[in-house]
Design a protein around this ligand. Structure first.
Ligand SMILES: [Zn+2]
Length: 194
């Protein structure tokens, strides 16, 4: 595939799903939407890992066994971290939604170009559509920088321990955040080579 592949090509890759996305071909398509957003955002490879005190991955993207034994989809990556530890914004964008429900608990949806990144089980309150935790306050429409402290790790919603559930959508379709992290690491490795 030529390196400057067209937008329709990329959209087809996304539609094929996460398995193809993990291949080298899909990885070259990955750079396209990020490149479009580069005009207004930091380069995507400067995106930051959202958890500052990493304690391990506890559940990956895809199917998993739920509390009642049935296989259920898991649209995100669970990253264990100490209660109250900082969560940083993956990539600059705008707060799209403050979640407050029984599953995600208190959560945030951040929009960065065609990407939505979702942060669940936060510490604090999501009442009245505003996220509040200590001195932090975020509401829809607010701009957030790459790496900005946006939340703290909590146990709200359906969780048995403190962790960040990190979800990622591209054009409304779920992606495996681990693929994003791998692509970021690959890009950084390439940039470091002479
Ligand atoms: Zn999760």
């Amino acid at each position: 595939m030529p390196s400057g592949c067209s937008r329709p090509v990329f959209q087809r890759i996304v539609a094929v799903g996460a398995a193809l996305f993990a291949s080298g071909i899909a990885a070259s398509g990955f750079a396209q939407p990020m490149g479009q957003a580069r005009r207004v955002q930091n380069p995507w490879h400067l995106g930051v890992f959202p958890v500052t005190v990493f304690s391990g991955y506890t559940s990956s993207f895809g199917g998993r066994t739920g509390p009642w034994g049935a296989i259920e989809p898991h649209y995100g990556l669970d990253i264990a971290a100490p209660l109250g530890s900082p969560i940083r914004n993956w990539w600059g964008g705008t707060v799209k939604e403050v979640i407050h429900d029984g599953r995600c608990g208190v959560g945030l949806v951040i929009q960065s170009g065609p990407y939505e990144h979702i942060y669940c089980h936060l510490l604090g309150s999501g009442a009245d559509g505003i996220y509040r935790s200590g001195g932090l306050q975020l509401q829809p429409g607010q701009r957030v920088r790459t790496g900005q402290l946006i939340a703290r790790v909590g146990m709200s919603g359906r969780t048995t321990g403190p962790h960040l559930h990190w979800g990622m959508r591209y054009g409304g379709q779920w992606l495996d955040p681990a693929l994003i992290l791998r692509a970021m690491a690959r890009s950084r490795g390439a940039a470091a080579r002479p």
